[in-house]
Design a protein around this ligand. Structure first.
Ligand code: URA
Length: 235
């Protein structure tokens, strides 16, 4: 890989900006001063330093966002803020995108990555990746709802969902539920509750496959996934 591309991809600015860094004598490769932006290096092997600080090359980034209400799960929107607006500057050059969609008013776990292959696998209807949500409801879950969700619920468009796990509980006397679904139809959780004459008042995703929403993340905060979390998603 060309040195200027390596530095641009690791977040040191545009090609022009990184050329300047090289000219200023701030970049070393394997201990020697780098003088040519177009010189080639092995990105995984070369010891590249900028101002003496080792630069770690990586192609992919994996981020967990605790999505707040009011943000669209997209990279761009004509009018509304998107989850990309919450991205710290240091990750922007990776150009991550949200893996799947949460409704604008749904909060909680959203994975952002630039690893298209992993995103494709997690979203593929073939793979039935489980996703768990907590929902505040208009009325308490009945045994009949649990049985219906287990069998599959027929939605307003006639589609019968795959089996879903449902459990009701209360928080300060208010009815809530935990629901796990293995597909991702449009507004699926809200429509499933509507199909049994209930209504979702608030929705939060707390889990996707092995990935559990980090309780230490405030709404709007982002952190990188750990190696263990990444390998769990890939396996
Ligand atoms: N189901 C919904 O209804 N909304 C979401 O945001 C996610 C799942």
């Amino acid at each position: 890989m060309r040195l200027d591309r390596f530095l641009a991809e690791t977040g040191f600015g545009t090609r022009t900006e990184v050329k300047k860094l090289i000219k200023q004598g701030k970049v070393t490769v394997d201990g020697g001063l780098a003088t040519k932006a177009e010189s080639h290096i092995y990105p995984e092997k070369a010891e590249v330093r900028v101002d003496g600080v080792l630069v770690r090359y990586r192609e992919f980034i994996y981020l967990m966002l605790n999505k707040p209400d009011g943000y669209v799960s997209a990279t761009w929107d004509k009018k509304l803020p998107t989850v990309i607006d919450l991205l710290p500057e240091e990750y922007a050059h990776f150009e991550p995108f949200p893996v799947g969609r949460l409704d604008i008013d749904t909060e909680g776990l959203l994975l952002l990555t630039n690893d298209g292959e992993l995103a494709h696998r997690l979203l593929s209807p073939k793979h039935h990746v489980p996703k768990t949500y907590l929902a505040q409801l208009e009325r308490a879950v009945k045994d009949a709802d649990i049985a219906e969700f287990k069998d599959g619920v027929t939605l307003d468009d006639g589609y019968k969902t795959l089996s879903a796990e449902l459990e009701g509980f209360t928080v300060d006397g208010e009815p809530w539920a935990e629901i796990t679904i293995c597909e991702g139809k449009f507004h699926q959780v809200k429509r499933m509750f509507e199909a049994v004459g209930n209504k979702v008042l608030y929705l939060q995703r707390v889990r996707m496959k092995n990935l559990v929403l980090d309780e230490a993340l405030e709404l709007g905060e982002i952190r990188e996934l750990t190696e263990e979390e990444i390998s769990g998603l890939k396996n």
